[in-house]
Design a protein. Sequence first.
Length: 295
Amino acid sequence: MTTPMMDLCLPGLVRGAVQCRATVVEHEPMARNTWRMKLECPEIARQILPGQFFMVRLPGRSDPLLGRPFAVYDIYQDESGQPRGLDFGYVVVGKMTSLLESLRPGDDVELWGPLGNGFPPPPTGHLVIVAGGIGVTPFLAVIREALRRRIYGQPPRELGHVPSRITLCYGVRSAEFLAGVEEFRREGIDVRIATDDGSSGHRGFVTELLQELLDETSPPAAVYCCGPEPLMHAVARLTDAANVPCWLSLETPMACGFGACFSCVTKVKQDDGSWDYRRVCVEGPVFPARQLAFD
Ligand SMILES: Cc1cc2nc3c(=O)[nH]c(=O)nc-3n(C[C@H](O)[C@H](O)[C@H](O)COP(=O)(O)OP(=O)(O)OC[C@H]3O[C@@H](n4cnc5c(N)ncnc54)[C@H](O)[C@@H]3O)c2cc1C
Ligand code: FES
């Protein structure tokens, strides 16, 4: 059952977001400490844009009291191709994610969303995606939308031409943390892996894979990135030096998720060189890298 969220928050900030209960229909391991949870919620599945997220809570529990933000990994469809529900991918780090891990098919979770802006429509040239760890989750939907394999948004948003090339550079500590690689490869894109210990792909930082692409004679049209803050900072610096547009999806901890508490603010540069704050939950989580003032 869905309830519009508009009366719970500042008008216009979370247009289209709803609060609903969704039932777990599948819950499978994706990688070490990492799970994929499929939730049935057809009304919401039609609306999401790649890069948006949901606040997730467990019904009937006051501990943890606050919801936690999770990016949509993708929508799943029924046999007739209609959106049927949402897929999330998460890594177990604390209280909420440990409780999520114990859920079984038939259990319910509470969702608020879809929230945030999502990634911009992809460029027509070479799209390079840089993901660190569980930061890979928003990108299956980004790639499927770019390649027109799935339609997102209600009404579907306008897109330009299909990108001429898509490369995913995906970095993790070691091979056992790689999540969803075969699924990405099935989309026919170039997937390049980096691991800290050399157990899969390039031994070293994922930014080294990005640098190779930035050094090509024809540079990428855009870079999208999500992952730990030091990675995003490094990607912002490299793309700035190469003069390539870059968008970062921030994973700032959040309390309310709909613009009311200001716990998620990030520093952004203004046109006049001064700085201001923006709420990651409503004005993000995706920002042009050049706007962000990393400390
Ligand atoms: C827009 C957005 C999308 C996200 N998408 C995903 C996703 O798809 N999959 C996924 O696994 N996680 C995602 N996250 C991160 C996720 O929200 C946190 O891992 C989750 O809130 C942890 O909850 P917990 O109760 O298990 O951990 P807690 O008990 O709250 O915290 C455990 C530890 O993790 C740290 N921590 C908590 N949240 C964060 C954070 N955001 N960044 C860094 N450290 C943190 C805490 O400081 C603490 O040390 C996303 C975050 C944002 C803002
Ligand atoms: S989490 Fe409350 S304003 Fe962003």
